[in-house]
Design a protein around this ligand. Structure first.
Ligand SMILES: Cc1ncc(COP(=O)(O)O)c(C=O)c1O
Ligand SMILES: N[C@@H](CCCC[NH3+])C(=O)O
Length: 435
């Protein structure tokens, strides 16, 4: 088991995060609880921001907010000087509510509604990332009505197959995202965007998948896209000024994952961009990246209370906790693995493997598929590590379970950034109406 950031074990064998005792956090906020190590998030922001600095290339780091977004998180990202990728009206609204600088917002989405596009244009987001022909037309029509111009990039699919889970690949030739660089129709679209009266065309966005460890996938993405940019210049006299490579940097969940050397990977990316631009004799575009998971995943720990322990007739040992797949859908969805420990018995001797399950009426309600633990007892605290990305943001209310609270911890202080949902919250939109 690996502890990240400020997480440590005190002399009583208890888990401490941000110098806050998890036992005290439980007493103050209850469980299940998402605990975010603020210093660790800031450190990761700086790692990416510093790592992408270059004397030769203009660069920008954009945080992919889908990984974890709250108003407080927007403020943290703003303070750290990163930009923000939003993918829906809801994410954009959260950013607007935090007064996030509009020029640092990147509006994504493969099926943006006109309402979302209008919202983005009205707020004056830095870039809208166009997914397809139809969307480009709709943005032009909206700009005409609103008497404005939109700053746009096109999401392209370079057809690179990254080695990751089937469900989180994004650039197979059958992927729903963006337009293929190998299609003539895409060239027509780029030409149209470049010549449009209502669009300022800046360049390309691509994202090859998530939880990728092989640097070569990213390097291949760079080479493929720069060749494409070169061919556009030679054959169509189109200059591409910006290249957004997306996110997808892999992180450690368990000892089966290696930890990616971000500094080295970014250095390799910068080197490849510089080298390829020189070789192809093209202007070096501004380079942008969009990490989500790699900024927040290791900073998050979910804290649960143990209710019961059960050994089934078939010999499987379960620990029942007060959360569920609702607060961590990744195990059910992607067969994800996590490390976990008893937060009040961190120095206990592991006894046997347990499966951590929750309160949902689903056999697939598995939070951790298998973890070695010291004998768990009712009211023990169970910590699941590296749950900062795509846990809170993908949480649901199945079985009418209220979503957990989120706290930030730092230097012995904690602050509530999302309140625990109440039963009243659950019924707030229900109407007892008649026909
Ligand atoms: C367009 C885009 N950018 C960035 C990301 C962030 O990916 P990750 O959290 O794997 O870094 C995603 C999600 O996969 C995405 O779809
Ligand atoms: N939500 C996914 C990854 C997809 C990211 C968005 N394109 C995860 O938990 O790993």
């Amino acid at each position: 088991m690996r502890l990240f950031g400020t997480s440590r074990i005190n002399n009583n064998g208890e888990l401490i995060i941000g110098e806050c005792n998890t036992r005290t956090l439980k007493e103050k906020y209850g469980t299940p609880l998402y605990i975010m190590d603020e210093s660790n998030i800031r450190e990761r922001c700086r790692l990416f921001n510093n790592g992408l600095q270059s004397k030769h290339i203009e660069t920008e780091v954009i945080y992919a907010s889908k990984a974890f977004l709250t108003v407080s998180m927007c403020k943290l990202i703003e303070e750290e000087g990163l930009s923000l990728d939003v993918v829906s009206g809801g994410e954009l609204y959260t950013a607007i509510q935090s007064s996030f600088p509009q020029e640092r917002l990147y509006m994504h989405g493969n099926n943006k509604t006109n309402i979302e596009l209008k919202m983005a244009l009205e707020y004056g987001v830095g870039r809208i990332i166009v997914d397809n022909y139809n969307e480009a037309d709709r943005i032009e029509a909206l700009c005409q009505t609103m008497n404005t111009k939109a700053d746009v990039m096109l999401r392209v699919n370079p057809g690179i197959s990254a080695h990751t889970h089937e469900y989180i690949k994004t650039t197979e030739n059958t992927s729903k995202f963006g337009e293929s660089i190998y299609s003539d129709q895409t060239i027509e679209l780029i030409n149209a965007m470049n010549n449009s009266e209502y669009l300022n065309f800046h360049g390309f966005h691509s994202h090859i998948g998530s939880q990728i460890f092989d640097e070569n996938s990213f390097l291949e993405e760079v080479s493929t896209l720069l060749s494409f940019i070169h061919s556009l210049k030679s054959n169509h006299d189109i200059t591409v000024k910006e290249l957004n490579l997306g996110g997808g940097f892999g992180i450690y969940y368990t000892s089966n994952d290696r930890e990616m050397d971000i500094e080295l990977t970014l250095k390799m990316l910068l080197g490849r961009v510089k080298g390829e631009c020189e070789r192809l004799d093209i202007e070096t575009p501004k380079l942008l990246i969009e990490p989500g998971r790699a900024i927040v995943a290791n900073a998050g720990t979910t804290l649960y209370e143990v209710g019961s322990v059960k050994e089934t007739y078939g010999g499987k040992n379960y620990v029942f906790v007060d959360g569920s797949m609702n607060d961590n859908i990744r195990t059910a969805l992607y067969e994800a693995d996590y490390e976990a420990a008893l937060a009040n018995k961190m120095n206990g001797v592991p006894e046997k493997p347990y499966t951590i399950t929750g309160k949902c009426c689903e056999s697939g309600d598995i939070i951790v598929r298998q973890v070695l633990l010291p004998t768990p007892e009712r009211n023990d605290l169970l910590a699941v590590f590296s749950t900062g990305a795509y846990n809170y943001s993908m949480a649901s209310n199945y079985n009418r379970l209220p979503r957990p609270a989120v706290v930030f911890v730092k230097d012995g202080k904690s602050k509530l950034v999302v309140k625990r949902e109440t039963y009243d919250d659950l019924i707030q939109y229900d109407l007892d109406s008649s026909y």
